[in-house]
Design a protein around this ligand. Structure first.
Ligand code: B12
Ligand code: SF4
Ligand code: SF4
Length: 372
């Protein structure tokens, strides 16, 4: 899972739990320059005493800093445990063996449910989302030349998001520490690999709703977004959840090639192409292999089928560059050695998969291409 970001001894408690004290770092000074002007409402009786006003001003300034750093969405929730319903949903998922071979999902359950278990004294979670799609038509070219090709999930064409999102979140923590004035706040940066219920928290922070495809989905920006959080002991002003927009729509469930999105709303990882091609080690069940089609790494079907995603504006250009092809010639992949693999996928999410499993997937895609 994610690589940790270390920055020259600046993080005194190690790469993950950080204690920050002003005076400002260069990053923080840059952030202060970037900060948009903020006008506190003067003498408002409605908001009551100073502490509330201060937390609101601080929250608003942190959000502005987040947007200036390139996050597309930012919201705040408390560090309270996720709801009893969501805890029950998670426990049922585990008990039904829906985590399949991801044994690590059975560990650190208390932390996953409760952000304060990750950082003593945590009071708030700053939730962010970074858009990576939908891609524009020019970014999704037809396969060049002849021969069967395999598809790479859109997010895996970027550099490894664990690294670049952690960098951005550290910069946001810098900014928040400066904005907090004389305080010495503590932060824990989380992206994917930390045991944290990221979608539940993002939903509670108002970034979007959890759709039938289980994705955190924003009505305006869709669901091709990556999540990252800062758990902190700062007291911030919490946002509220937004209602789900699924209604009677069922497109994602219909689009899922394998039935991983179950009719009862559950999610069966053992049938999910994303799980099979990325997380699963060893041979793939021959009954499922034909359903994988040409998906060489990951799967975007339930995400792209969602009206919120396909009506969303295309990925903004200022965002992260796509450094890898969306399709690869399968016969060529089967001839690759480690050097070829590294040249294409170093520093990408595919690197962790390794050449052996990529070639396992390529053989399945090739067999499927020969069927058609
Ligand atoms: C394990 C995992 C996987 C597994 C299992 C996926 C799954 N659905 O659980 C596999 C390998 C299959 C996978 C695949 C993908 N993943 Co993944 N994955 C994770 C991980 C590490 C944990 C997810 C988890 O806790 N699952 C357990 C189930 C029970 O939790 P859940 O489905 O999220 O449900 C919770 C809440 O959403 C809520 N909830 C569920 N249903 C409902 C319904 C309502 C009405 C409400 C109110 C709440 C609610 O309660 C649940 C309990 O907390 C997270 C990172 C993290 N630390 O959270 C990334 C994460 C979920 N993955 C991510 C991505 C991008 C993907 C893929 C799109 C990659 C790809 N293109 O191949 C696919 C999408 C598959 C899918 N439709 O979910 C992103 C999702 C971003 C987003 N916008 O939602 C995350 C958040 C990583 C990140 N930091 O950005 N993933
Ligand atoms: S990622 Fe693919 S296989 Fe997994 S649930 Fe979504 S559509 Fe189904
Ligand atoms: S496709 Fe339809 S049902 Fe599925 S998440 Fe999107 S809106 Fe909800």
């Amino acid at each position: 899972m994610g690589a940790s970001v270390r920055r020259g001894g600046f993080w005194p408690l190690g790469p993950r739990t950080v204690l920050l004290c002003p005076p400002a770092t260069p990053a923080l000074r840059a952030m202060r320059r970037m900060r948009l002007p903020y006008e506190p409402s003067k003498g408002s009786k409605t908001f009551g005493h100073d502490a509330i006003m201060k937390s609101m001003n601080l929250t608003q300034s942190i959000k502005e800093a987040a947007l200036a750093l390139g996050f597309d969405l930012v919201g705040v929730t408390t560090a309270e445990p996720i709801s009893a319903d969501e805890q029950a949903c998670f426990e049922k998922w585990l008990s039904m063996d829906c985590a399949a071979g991801m044994s690590w999902m059975h560990r650190n359950i208390a932390k996953r449910m409760h952000p304060a278990a990750l950082l003593n004294g945590a009071r708030s979670v700053i939730c962010t989302a970074t858009v990576y799609g939908p891609l524009s038509p020019t970014e999704t070219p037809e396969p060049p030349g002849a021969g069967p090709h395999g598809r790479i999930a859109d997010y895996a064409r970027l550099d490894d998001y664990h690294v670049f999102l952690k960098d951005r979140l550290f910069a946001l923590a810098d900014a928040a520490a400066g904005l907090a004035g004389g305080k010495c706040p503590r932060f824990k940066i989380c992206v994917d690999s930390a045991p944290l219920a990221e979608r539940s928290l993002a939903r509670r922070a108002g970034l979007g709703f959890v759709g039938r495809n289980h994705m955190l989905t924003n009505e305006r920006l869709g669901s091709q977004m990556l999540l990252g959080e800062i758990v902190t002991d700062l007291v911030l002003d919490a946002d509220g959840p937004v209602p789900t927009a699924c209604g009677d729509c069922n497109r994602c469930t219909k689009a899922c090639p394998t039935g991983a999105l179950r009719p009862d709303g559950g999610f069966d990882s053992a049938r999910c192409i994303s799980y099979l091609t990325i997380e699963h080690s060893g041979p793939i069940d021959p009954a499922l292999a034909p359903l994988i089609g040409d998906r060489l790494f990951g799967c975007d079907e339930c995400v792209l089928a969602c009206p919120c995603t396909y009506h969303a504006p295309c990925r903004p250009c200022r965002q992260l560059p796509l450094r890898r092809p969306g399709r690869l010639p399968l016969r060529e992949v089967l001839t690759w050695n480690e050097e070829n693999f590294r040249r294409c996928f170093a520093d990408s999410p595919v690197e962790r998969l390794g050449l052996e499993r990529l070639q396992r997937n390529a053989r399945i895609c090739l067999a499927n291409a020969d069927y058609v």
